[in-house]
Write a protein of this length. Sequence first.
Length: 336
Amino acid sequence: MKELLNNIEFANPEVLWLLLLLPALLVWNIFRQADSQATVMLSTLSFFASRHIQWRVLLRHILTALRLIAAGLVIVALARPQSSHSWEEQSVKGIDIVISLDVSGSMLAKDFEPNRLEVAKKVAADFVDGRKNDRFGFVMYEASSYPSCPITTDHQVVKQMIMMAQSGLMESGTAVGAGLVSAVNRLKKSDATSKVAILLTDGVNNAGKVSPLTAAARAEEYGIRVYTIGVGSRGKAYTPVARYPDGSYHYDYVDVDIDEQSLTEVAEKTGGKYFRATNEESLRNIYSEIDAMETNIRKVTEYMKKPEEFHLFLFLAVCAMLLEFLMKNTVLRTVT
């Protein structure tokens, strides 16, 4: 009981202000009882020989105490006491997050130092490091997608897979829809309290059989929130435009073209948000904002799962009222 009381929180703490009425009720009851007592004129002292009358008078004060205790317990029950000692046990599932990373050739553009892909990998790995209670998965995509790492609690493995990602392993192109579908397929069977996909790209969907909005509809169907990130400076960027047989690239300044409208629609359809990162600092800030948003969502979910403890207080209130009723109608029964 002591441990329970030490871990009690109230969903409606403002109701507890009603407890301040109890002292007023006590004073009112004392005056009411005093007014209800009649003055009796006696011609003999034999009345005082009846000692048993005294303890019955004292016991009547117990009735008042029981009423006040019952009222107090009902007020506490209405304040909805909840146990918080199991909060940590309910947060171990945390959130399942899949990072879907565009590794197409344009991600080697040098408007980020040393390029977009290396910065995106480094920031994503740091994000994984910062969320100890969550499970992560990783997907990379070009003209098709490759689910590199299943959802796991082993953050070290996830970070290794992220840092190993590189461009040129798949057919050239940017299949944003396929990248999101792969993330959805990883998350759809998850039983986590929250399921999140972080989709990062620097271009326009120009490959694959699934459009980004069709993929978003599937994410919405499975309750997956999608945060989309468009990566690239505004204007022109020094970007690979051709690849030589030896694997090296020919660079030139080309316009940065990100389908922000499509990415915004994908995010909004699933309850997420679209972000634009124009340098490493802004990309880190975006991940920090996602981190804060998902932390708040998890806290709300856990709070709603706190066990209700008002049943105990209602039970004790009923016991007090029942005892008061029995005493009033047995040992303290008044004959009218």
